[in-house]
Design a protein around this ligand. Structure first.
Ligand code: ADE
Length: 276
């Protein structure tokens, strides 16, 4: 997968060189490129922002540096001076515009976007090319966002209902969540199958040696060697934990069997006698 990130703080993204994502980049599984938006400005001060039309607080990111950066990522040739007919691939031959699926996906982190989740991470992990446009200040001039929708599959995306100072941290969150789902990025792909959100449930509690620590014992069943019973115990804990911490997730669950429903009913009734 190719990932391009555009930011006025490219150093922010340096953390992606570490750990498993960094290794995937080194091994060529991920082709990650970080671009400095100021490289696409031509005035003495490398200006990327200006005051908002209509007044109001803060500054707005200018359209042109963004268009030039995104065109550079698309493959060089400037589309800005082209006529609308030239911009529409195949318009003069009667061909359709390329399907959205064939275009790079442009993710614009913004608290005003739909909220990113594991399902979207899975969907994005199938893409060939993701581009992240990290806005700062009050955001990016809407005209270049609209323009980008003619060349990219445009996806504004929030990482949660709070406000960050810019899109860099949000992009890193999404890049990490997406990349770890790409085959070859995580050493043991089995570790992806039973983690939180994988199937709509939160993860079961985990333990390591020693079996007894400060008078707290590992649940007996995990020492039993009975794999079927351990799997059932783990699923029960996932159901209970989800019901307790994220009851909103229960509505989206399908494929619950009789035992699952009994566990949830017992939890609802406050009977935790089945835990040990
Ligand atoms: N930029 C500022 N806040 C954000 C958020 N919550 N998600 C994504 N991008 C943002």
């Amino acid at each position: 997968m190719k990932i391009d990130v555009v930011s006025i703080f490219p150093e922010y993204l340096a953390g992606l060189q570490l750990s498993l994502i960094g290794k995937a980049v080194d091994q060529g599984v991920l082709d990650l490129n970080v671009h400095d938006l100021r490289d696409f400005t031509f005035d003495r001060h490398n200006t990327v922002d200006d005051s908002p039309y209509g007044g109001g607080a803060g500054m707005v990111m200018k359209a042109e540096p963004w268009a030039l950066a995104l065109e550079h990522i698309l493959g060089g040739e400037s589309l800005v001076g082209a006529t609308s007919v030239e911009r529409t691939v195949g318009a003069d031959t009667g061909d359709e515009e390329p399907a959205a699926a064939g275009r790079p996906i442009l993710i614009v982190p913004s608290p005003a976007g739909p909220v990113f989740n594991q399902r979207i991470a899975e969907e994005l992990s199938d893409a060939d090319h993701l581009v992240f446009a990290c806005g700062r200040y009050e955001g990016i001039d809407q005209r270049v966002i609209d323009w980008s929708g003619e060349h990219f599959d445009l996806r504004p995306m929030s990482i949660g209902d709070y406000v960050l100072n810019g899109g860099e941290v949000a992009s890193m969150v999404m890049i990490e969540a997406v990349s770890r789902l790409i085959p070859g990025v995580i050493g043991n792909p089995e570790s992806l199958t039973e983690e939180s959100h994988e199937d709509g449930l939160l993860e079961y509690p985990i333990y390591t040696k020693p079996a007894s620590w400060r008078d707290r014992d590992v649940p007996e069943i995990l020492l039993s060697g009975n794999h079927g019973a351990i799997a059932r115990w783990r699923r029960d804990r996932r159901l209970e934990r989800t019901a307790e911490v994220r009851p909103d997730l229960l509505a989206g669950l399908n494929g619950l069997d009789k035992h699952d429903r009994a566990v949830l009913e017992r939890f609802e009734s406050g009977d935790d006698s089945v835990k040990e």
